[in-house]
Design a protein around this ligand. Structure first.
Ligand SMILES: NC(=O)c1ccc[n+]([C@@H]2O[C@H](COP(=O)([O-])OP(=O)(O)OC[C@H]3O[C@@H](n4cnc5c(N)ncnc54)[C@H](O)[C@@H]3O)[C@@H](O)[C@H]2O)c1
Length: 368
């Protein structure tokens, strides 16, 4: 009998499918069961990966297949209910972003994670991208001094994708506010090592219509200003509607002794100034110059599988950390409270924008 961790993947015909190869080659896991309501896609994946345990019903997979852990790659409104169903059965969860779609279900998810012996991790893969990992290492060394400002932007026009993955038309572009903010906020939260205590959200207006002629409920560019627990400010911008080239990975960080700005546009590259390394006169230096001395091991010699995985290797490294957390019984990097720190500001932003952009407190899930 194999003592490998038996993995089940739900949403395997969509996003969940991106994780299959890594689990298949990981020495401590075995791809055991797949689930999707798209029967054709499910069977295709089953044949492709040689997996026999196929389900169209998630709870049936949990109850009958004998999986130890599930990967949830289904549409956003299913993340919390499916995570809770697994955690209640003592089954480990790696769930796509965001963790939840309402504050109420966030409370239920936190309760389920707190009451379960199983591991919960949110799959915030942008925190594993190469430049983001290096900036985190520099920030952890205190090289930015007292950090007081950060930025994150997710500019990804998806009007066409809305019509294919129709849940997006409701949950990402059918609600006003920062509906998909964890990719932008997640890395910045790790760099600042603080949480968001209050948010205010405002939008740029409505300039696009869907193929039926209806205006999108979400404004084109939505800003979420975040007051941080240390007193500083973070600005998040999410734009999933504007006709413009993509930039899903713009970030910035500023402190009393250093500044970082990610790449914008064709000729640009990630750049940095750190007083201790570059002298008192602020001048830009390529971030890449600091790789030899400061890059954490995971990105020093990344395996070929990481380079082939999606989202700049993030899809690979998050799986490594999830399995490590299960095997060692230690909290994963994006545990339930980090997941809430990344998810709740965006949910509260939706209330802020509905109330003419008032500042609203963001609950701390550690008190729930
Ligand atoms: N982290 C990232 O970089 C990243 C990238 C893409 C998508 N996502 C997230 O992944 C999730 C899925 O996105 P997508 O683009 O793959 O969407 P999708 O609609 O293409 O895929 C979702 C899959 O879930 C299946 N599904 C729907 N309801 C189900 C149910 N009740 N039981 C079982 N299967 C069900 C669908 O048939 C589909 O195959 C979303 O939450 C999205 O935000 C994250």
């Amino acid at each position: 009998m194999s003592d490998k961790i038996k993995i089940g993947v739900v949403g395997c015909a969509g996003r969940g499918g991106s994780f299959l190869n890594t689990f298949n080659i990981h020495p401590q896991t075995t791809l055991h069961a797949l689930c999707d309501i798209n029967e054709e896609g499910l069977h295709e994946r089953g044949v492709q990966m040689g997996v026999e345990h196929l389900y169209t019903d998630f709870e049936q997979m949990l109850d009958e297949s004998g999986v130890d852990a599930v990967i949830i790659g289904t549409p956003m409104p299913l993340h919390a209910p499916q995570s809770i169903a697994a955690l209640e059965r003592g089954i480990h969860v790696l769930c796509e972003v965001p963790a939840t779609v309402t504050v109420e279900e966030s409370k239920a998810l936190v309760q389920a994670a707190n009451s379960s012996n199983a591991t919960y991790m949110m799959a915030e893969n942008y925190t594993y991208m190469r430049p983001n990992v290096l900036v985190r290492a520099l920030a952890e060394k205190g090289l930015f001094g007292q950090v007081y400002f950060g930025e994150g932007e997710y500019l990804h026009e998806l009007k066409e994708l809305n019509e294919v993955t129709v849940w997006r038309r409701k949950w990402q572009t059918g609600i006003n506010g920062c509906t998909y903010g964890t990719h932008s906020l997640g890395p910045v939260l790790q760099w600042m090592d603080e949480r968001v205590v209050s948010v205010m959200s405002v939008g740029s207006g409505h300039h696009y219509r869907d193929p039926r002629g209806d205006l999108y409920e979400n404004e084109d560019s939505v800003l979420m200003l975040c007051r941080m627990s240390g007193g500083g400010l973070v600005k998040i911008r999410v734009d999933m509607l504007s006709d413009r080239p993509h930039n899903m990975t713009y970030y910035a960080l500023q402190g009393t002794d250093g500044v970082y700005e990610a790449a914008r546009g064709l000729q640009d590259e990630p750049k940095i100034w750190l007083r201790e390394l570059h002298g008192d006169k602020p001048t830009w230096h390529p971030l890449s110059e600091l790789e030899d001395d400061f890059m954490p091991d995971i990105w020093k010699n990344p395996p070929e599988e990481a380079l082939q995985a999606g989202h700049g290797g993030g899809d690979y490294f998050e799986i490594m950390d999830f399995v490590e957390a299960i095997v060692t019984g230690t909290p994963p990097p994006v545990d339930i409270h980090s997941a809430m720190d990344m998810t709740l500001p965006g949910l509260v932003s939706q209330q802020s924008i509905a109330e003419q952009s008032v500042w609203l407190d963001v609950p701390d899930s550690r008190g729930w």
